[in-house]
Design a protein around this ligand. Structure first.
Ligand code: 5GP
Ligand code: MN
Length: 333
């Protein structure tokens, strides 16, 4: 990446705002707090603002207690935007992914920097570091710190955040986005103080019994469409209530059907307050992103994408099933 322009902007102490996408995931929070901890060491004034809240299993990272939630603390978020010289947009590629926070960010005159790995970035930042081949935005933040010549400044706090984001965006280092160099970065982060098993436990081993039972329920309800190598899970608002749904409880459920032999496309529909939230995962060449973008107002990566529908849960399911025949060839290649 050409970092000279950014490096010169950061050569004096700045007021910096870091933000990330709505419903932040591990990479969103990891990259935001990894960069936050680094920029603090560089003597900047830094605030992380998320468009809304995020699950408890992401609330352990160093700096988490300073994160401002735009939905809960709109006035502080507004002040942070108003004060900012520089705004970092991490792990998203279009302003719409900020949902309600997007108006404030887009109206700001601050210098904007995108660091992201989603396909097809919109042109809304002054500098766009977009590398869809990267495993995660965390990996890009690591590379940015190294290209500033500050590798030796990576302390335990920074290392833990970056480790967590690479781990969650690669489903624990197993996706094809994991390159040999990503493993080298992970090794270095461990040398910098990230304790691997503690991070895995903090993210993956903090289920409530209800959350695990909800997972069991979803897997029980899974439908398999053999002809299309596809699996579908739908969960209704009533089901979620029955299992005392908390933010984050459905995270990762979409990945399970991919462990069924032959399944190359897994889709998860969850009935939320106003709309149906959808997750798509694929293996190989079938583009979950293109499918999400074409039919379900979404986007993301080739093998991991999301979207939504304003139809009812059963109508959205029927639409999905009706679309499968048109993809039969791609799903069988
Ligand atoms: P998830 O299924 O975990 O919510 O999202 C999977 C991937 O798709 C993530 O990289 C996420 O950023 C992206 N994604 C999820 N929902 C949307 C959406 O509504 N629009 C776009 N453009 N990307 C999404
Ligand atoms: Mn990501």
């Amino acid at each position: 990446m050409d970092i000279r322009e950014l490096q010169s902007k950061l050569s004096a102490s700045r007021k910096i705002l870091i933000t990330t996408h709505h419903r932040p995931d591990g990479d969103a929070i990891g990259s935001s707090l990894g960069l936050y901890n680094y920029l603090l060491l560089k003597k900047h004034e830094v605030t992380v603002v998320t468009p809304n809240g995020y699950p408890g299993f992401l609330q352990w990272m160093p700096g988490n207690d300073k994160v401002v939630d735009f939905e809960k603390d709109t006035e502080r978020a507004r002040q942070a935007v108003a004060a900012a010289d520089i705004i970092f947009c991490l792990d998203f590629n279009e302003p719409g992914r900020l949902e309600g926070f997007s108006g404030l960010v887009m109206a700001s005159k601050a210098f904007k920097v995108m660091i992201d790995h989603h396909l097809h970035p919109d042109n809304f930042c002054d500098i766009t570091y977009s590398f869809p081949a990267a495993s995660s935005t965390c990996e890009l933040v690591y590379e940015l710190i190294c290209s500033f010549g500050d590798e030796q400044m990576i302390n335990r706090a920074i290392a833990e955040c970056i480790y967590a984001g690479i781990m969650t965006d690669t489903a624990s280092f197993r996706f094809s986005s994991m390159r040999a160099n990503t493993h080298r970065i992970i090794a270095h982060l461990m040398e910098c103080g990230a304790v691997n098993y503690r991070i895995h436990e903090a993210v993956y081993d903090t289920f409530s019994p209800d959350r695990l039972r909800l997972l069991g329920h979803c897997i029980d309800k899974m439908k398999i469409f053999r002809e299309y190598n596809t699996a579908l899970i739908t969960v209704s608002a009533a089901d979620l209530e029955r299992y005392n749904y908390q933010t984050g409880d459905t995270e990762g459920i979409v990945n399970y059907p991919l462990s069924v032999e032959g399944i190359r496309f897994s889709v998860f529909f969850a009935e939320r307050e106003r709309r149906v939230k959808i997750s798509f995962r694929s293996k190989g060449d079938f583009s979950a992103r293109d499918f999400a973008a074409k039919y379900f107002n979404g986007g993301g990566h080739k093998n991991a994408a999301g979207g939504h529908s304003d139809l009812s849960l059963s109508e959205a399911e029927a639409l999905f099933v009706s679309l499968l025949p048109s993809c039969k060839k791609e799903l069988n290649s």
